[in-house]
Design a protein around this ligand. Sequence first.
Ligand SMILES: [Zn+2]
Length: 476
Amino acid sequence: MSESGAFRTESSSGRRARLETLREAALHRKVLATHFPAAFNGRWTRRHWAHASLFATLGALVAAIVPGFSNAMQTPSLTPRTTLALALPALPLAQLRGHAGDSWQLVTVQSGQTLSSVFNQLGVPKSTLQRLMAHPDAKNTLTHLKPGNVLSFDLPVDGQLRTLRFDRDPTHRVELSLQGDQVQARVIERPTEVRTVVLSGEVGDSLYRSARKLGLTPSNVTTLTDEIFKYDIDFNDDVGASDRFSVEVDQMWRDGELIGTGPVQAATFTVGGKLYSGFRFERDGKAEYFTGDGRPLKRTFIRMPIPYARLTSTFGNRFHPILGRMRMHEGVDFAASIGTPIQAAGNARVDFVGWKGGYGRVVILDHGHGYTTLYGHMSNFGKEHVGQHVDQGAVIGYVGMSGLATGPHLHYEFRVNGVHRNPLSITMPPPEPLGGTALAQFRDQTGTALAKIRSVENVIYADAAPVRSARRSKKA
Ligand SMILES: [Zn+2]
């Protein structure tokens, strides 16, 4: 494990900027298309089935975050998508479309349009709308209508509204029938299918663009650059157009349409002929990414509690600007504007939240194994309270200048068994690797994932030079 690698977190702003630049670059370099080996269509492991339920929720989320995502999937590709054709039963909505003479009218909600304006447009009286809205199944969805949502009205030419249908979420359709003064609700479950796929391509001119073209979500790309590979690959300088990546994700399909993509399950990145990989695994109910041999990719501590902050005072003896004499500076200072969020350097139990003399508003975290961190001069605390557990990266407070401070900054201390150490140079403890049953489970899962990725890559890159299977190793 590379310790110096942790310093790379500091360059993530640059990387993000780079990603933005790449995103902006109006270049369309052809990227190898998605391949779906036949093996994915049949067998599902228990894990995949478990994901299926999760995806009902997740899919909705992804769909909400990524409008136009399905469009991105429809970019022409080398591989026929017909291999994915689904034998799904016809859905009510399909039947609704294009049947002349029937009483159904479909309304796609336009930007700025309200529910009452839709009803008004169709000549449905306000009282009917009110009756429908009184029903709990209508209230929740219909008060949060978004442009693009489709409402189906069963509205005879010279009659009153009989039925209103809408999708509550990607997997549930609600049907509200009006019978006299009664409103009857029926929730129809829409069949969906979860498929585990490997999306593989070359970086080309833009990793972001290539990845999106393949069907990965923006959040998938962030997982690759900021979680899985950030310690080993410098996305600013190391990655070339012919470098390639393969990502295993679960996709949720409904009615032949991709409606959601889950988190990255496994990924490989080949840079300069060297293979890096990362695997998602849930430890104690929390998903993390691991190396092939079960070591967490996440470092135990992040070096800087404020990403991208400027170091203004180093560890060691210095002239104290307020006390007017030489004094040991037992931490490091990062300048940032008032209100900048301060993150927990590692998973911890909150040890102290309060005022401490010259430190002003202080939070002290206990990370176990003798490691504690202190954050001073805060303007405000986060929501944490003493005894509570916080995760690495959680916001525990905000930059200020409380106590003895000449300007807004974070005073950050790192102690090992009570002794102050320089957080910027100390060798951080390696994160705890998987062991026992967890490791066995992990090996089981990753073995399958890696085999899938390899089989896909073998198809795509059959003519490419063989890639040496390397364990993650320190970059020079
Ligand atoms: Zn300080």
